[in-house]
Design a protein around this ligand. Structure first.
Ligand SMILES: [Zn+2]
Length: 152
């Protein structure tokens, strides 16, 4: 009987609308949760997610990345993936060590070229397709660009 699902009425912290939640377990524990937990209704949760996505997109656009094109499902996902990939790229660039100034300058050029190529990708699907790209993959690609630049 303690594993039954019970229905409780809670109030959304943001808009104060009452809605019902279904909770497992003991009634006493659930009453405590109903009382103490911060509850948010579905509409407020979605609005929050939309605001977070817009914030992320704004931050990316201010660093030169375009607004992404795609379906309403693809775009927020692609923005999140793009933010993660940009973090990986920045992390990689920060951790590299160089033997001399010319190596350092060459690497900076290669990173710029790589980042500029990413800035041209406005298709959400393209970013979703890159979701398994690792720091190692990025490192390999930047090294290829460096090698090509060195030959010039
Ligand atoms: Zn609400």
């Amino acid at each position: 009987m303690t594993d039954d699902i019970s229905t409780y009425s809670v109030k959304c912290r943001t808009c104060r609308t009452r809605f019902t939640v279904h909770l497992f377990g003991s009634h006493e524990k659930n009453l405590f949760l109903v009382d103490k937990k911060d509850w948010y209704c579905e509409a407020c949760k979605q609005e929050y997610a939309r605001q977070q996505a817009a914030k992320l997109a704004g931050a990316q656009e201010s660093s030169g990345f375009p607004a992404l094109q795609g379906t309403p499902k693809q775009v927020p996902w692609a923005e999140k993936l793009r933010a993660e990939l940009i973090n990986k790229l920045d992390y990689l660039q920060k951790t590299l060590k160089f033997e001399d100034e010319s190596q350092k300058a060459l690497s900076a050029m290669a990173f710029d070229q790589f980042r500029d190529a990413w800035r041209e990708k406005a298709d959400a699907k393209w970013w979703i397709d890159q979701r398994r790209m690792t720091v190692r993959d990025i490192s390999r690609r930047v090294a290829e660009i460096s090698a090509a630049l060195e030959k010039r």
